[in-house]
Design a protein around this ligand. Structure first.
Ligand SMILES: C[S@@+](CC[C@H](N)C(=O)[O-])C[C@H]1O[C@@H](n2cnc3c(N)ncnc32)[C@H](O)[C@@H]1O
Length: 459
């Protein structure tokens, strides 16, 4: 959509009728179904969508999700005039400044048309979010000092009576500026369609903070005090993910802490509710939703973002989800070749699948020193190139069914991915398995191999 003058983006002038802005002919198709043999959500699978969120939201409205999403959290670009990268360290034994890195552009936050083009991007998307929101639902919009005030005015036009909170997320870290006071907070706007009905579970431990240990609660007044503490105020002190963090950081520049998302989801939705994030980045929202047994929809247009989200989800104990892709983002044929072996031992019905080799026609790094070092690392162990791999099969509709997986840990841990999956229970009639490999450069390779029979190994 072309940038509108500011006066037309802000309320009053902004169109209020039905919005349909999808590019004609662009559709989203399911490409992979990741199943959990142990934790299925049988009826409605969660959805990870690789594509523009405008189209994804219009598809959801077409699919009957109008008024069905209980909680929407979005952390859109902030109009920061920067580009953000995703970095993967390849060889854990050499984490130094020169360690070989796969460094891909994750997304741009530079707006040639200035604030007008930024708000013109956001305005129709916020409108569609309001359409998707349930009557008692909550919409959280995460921004920083740059554009939050404009977006507040924009939202006051979209949900005129819906403003509920301006939450200050305070984190005592960040760059040390010299000419301004240190910027140590982001602002999260909370809106609802119907503020009187907006769901907030004040009994949830996520909604409460312990009383100060210094206060003295006399026994006769104890009944005034909630056992879980007082309900949160609107300033939330939650640490940002440190640069050298090894527990959560995924190499995605604008990743937000799980604790923040778990608080939002834990307070403002119930188990089984639909939670959506239409700018999901590294997937913090769907991971938090999985941890709290909510169903989720996550969308991003960036390939590295979808790759990180998918791998993070594979690493959690997920309920299973569908990966959908906008037709204009289907990757080109993979430049990699994989050698795979699948062996069934005797009559046990158990199959072991091994990756024997994985080769890239070329290393897609521009820096020749990095390329050389990466080539050496991959020659020593090709598994450094792997992001994840799954064993499954292709359904009649051509959708890969991933059932058993191995993946990198992320979190600055560059231990290579395991090359073997043992004891996969497959009925004896199954004669072939499919293997889908995603590498750290983003290539996706699918192969199908016959299962060969072997005597059980001697103990
Ligand atoms: C600030 S990041 C989100 C970070 C995320 N909250 C996390 O914890 O990792 C913003 C994301 O919005 C995505 N994005 C920007 N414009 C988009 C669009 N039109 N459709 C879908 N995703 C978009 C970018 O690719 C980027 O990953």
């Amino acid at each position: 959509m072309a940038a509108l003058p500011l006066s037309k983006v802000l309320p009053g002038e902004f169109p209020t009728g039905p919005l349909r802005l999808r590019r004609p002919g662009v559709r989203t198709v399911p490409v992979e179904q990741i199943g959990s043999p142990t934790r299925p959500f049988p009826d409605c699978p969660c959805r990870l969508v690789h594509g523009d969120n405008l189209e994804a939201m219009e598809n959801l409205l077409d699919d009957g999700y109008t008024g069905k999403i209980n909680l929407i959290y979005v952390d859109p670009p902030f109009d920061s005039q920067s580009d953000y990268r995703h970095r993967v360290v390849l060889d854990g034994t050499k984490i130094t400044r020169e360690a070989p890195l796969v460094d891909r552009l994750a997304y741009r936050d530079t707006w040639e048309g200035g604030i007008e083009s930024y708000l013109s991007m956001l305005a129709p998307r916020l409108r569609l979010m309001a359409d998707l929101l349930a009557e008692d639902g909550n919409l959280f919009i995460h921004l920083d000092h740059r554009r939050v005030h404009y977006v507040k005015v924009l939202m006051d036009g979209i949900l005129p009576d819906g403003f509920l909170n301006e939450i200050i997320w305070y984190f005592n870290s960040g760059p040390r500026e010299r000419n301004v006071f240190g910027r140590r907070h982001h602002t999260i706007l909370r809106y609802a369609k119907n503020p009187d009905a907006a769901f907030l579970d004040s009994e949830s431990p996520y909604a409460r903070t312990p009383y100060s240990p210094n206060i003295n609660i006399p026994a006769c007044k104890a009944h005034y005090y909630h056992p879980l503490g007082k309900i949160h105020g609107d300033v939330w002190e939650i640490p940002h993910i440190a640069q050298n963090d090894r527990t959560e950081r995924e190499g995605f520049a604008t990743q937000k802490p799980l604790q923040l998302l778990e608080r939002i989801i834990g307070c403002c939705s119930r188990p089984g509710d639909w939670v959506a994030d239409f700018f999901c980045g590294s997937g913090t929202t769907p991971v938090a939703a999985e941890n709290l047994d909510r169903r989720w929809i996550a969308v991003d247009q960036s390939a590295p973002a979808i790759q990180v989200t998918r791998r993070r989800l594979l690493h959690s104990e997920v309920h299973g989800f569908v990966l959908e892709r906008s037709e204009d983002r289907i990757p080109e044929e993979s430049p990699a070749t994989a050698t795979v072996e699948a062996i069934r031992y005797g009559q046990t019905g158990l199959v072991t699948v091994c990756l024997r080799d994985y080769r890239l026609a070329e290393i897609p790094l521009k820096n020749s020193v990095q390329e050389e070092r990466t080539r050496n690392i991959l020659q020593a162990d090709f598994a450094y190139a792997l992001d994840s791999w799954c064993v499954g099969y292709e359904s009649e509709e051509g959708i890969f069914q991933s059932r058993f997986y191995r993946s990198r840990n992320g979190k600055r841990d560059s231990t290579p991915v395991e090359k073997e999956i043992r004891e996969i229970p497959l009925s004896p009639e199954i004669e072939r398995v499919g293997v889908r490999i995603v590498d750290v450069f983003g290539n996706e390779t699918t192969v199908s191999v016959p299962i060969t029979l072997s005597e059980p190994p001697r103990v």
